[in-house]
Design a protein around this ligand. Sequence first.
Ligand code: CP
Ligand code: NVA
Length: 303
Amino acid sequence: MKLKTKNLLTLAELFPKEFVALIDYSIILKKELKKGNKPLLKNKTLAMIFQKPSTRTRVSFETGMFQLGGHAINLSSQDMQLSRGETIEDTAKTLSRYVDCIMARVYDHNLLEKLSNSSSVPVINGLSDSFHPCQILADFMTIKEKKGKFKGLKIAWIGDGNNVCNSMIYGCALSGVNLSIATPKGFEPDKSVLKESAKSVEIDLTTDPIKAIKDADVVVTDTYTSIHNNDQKRIKKFLPKYQINDSLMNHANSNAIFMHCLPAKRDYEVTSSVIDGPQSVVWDEAENRLHTQKALLASIIRA
Ligand code: CP
Ligand code: NVA
């Protein structure tokens, strides 16, 4: 399949049919991998720019390109001329002459906009302060694998209304999964993302985690201290009320699954008993970064 969009910066660039098809394609690629994938990206190169640390994003993109017969170049922004003042626009124009796609993990989402505006090749957001679209592709693949459907499900997001939460809202709008979000006051997700998505799906915003988690099929959280928002004083606004523990999980459906994009701060946003417990699917979720990004790369890189 080929996507209509040139870039994937938020998820909002996708049509609902494309989102669902990408998830189904990821499931096919995962099955095919057992006997080896076709070299769909032979002679294609991905540049990966990292302004911030990463384990999953870096390794899954690089492995994904390798498994599809292509190549990936890891570029720490500190080692690039960017760190000496070369503009992002000039960087984009230069990289476009060498590679077939650029994935970037940045602090400021505006930098991605500038990068993609000056790039003639597709640009993928590998996490910004505002969005993490690749994570949500993996999350919805995991939901499809575990629940077999999207329609009629309810996700509860509990904790910080952060970059991953913003992309989760778009994921729900694209798939038709209902979403209930519980955050402390002042930690809500982006208002314009909420407003835009409320046209397509039911989104409930509350400060009460017990209300949000009731009847949930999927329970999701993330760190209280993101890389771009690392003030440790934030933590006391969340604890103990917004911690996913056994007692809070008891309010969800009995067959609810627990997800976390990782890395997790154990016994802060989630207890070890939950993240290591029988309802947790976090390792499948992490693995699915590989399969969904392969589907994305194969669908966004032009022949
Ligand atoms: N979930 C995620 O993006 O992990 P990394 O920060 O390790 O890439
Ligand atoms: N919200 C976290 C996600 C890390 C994958 C962050 O931005 O650091």
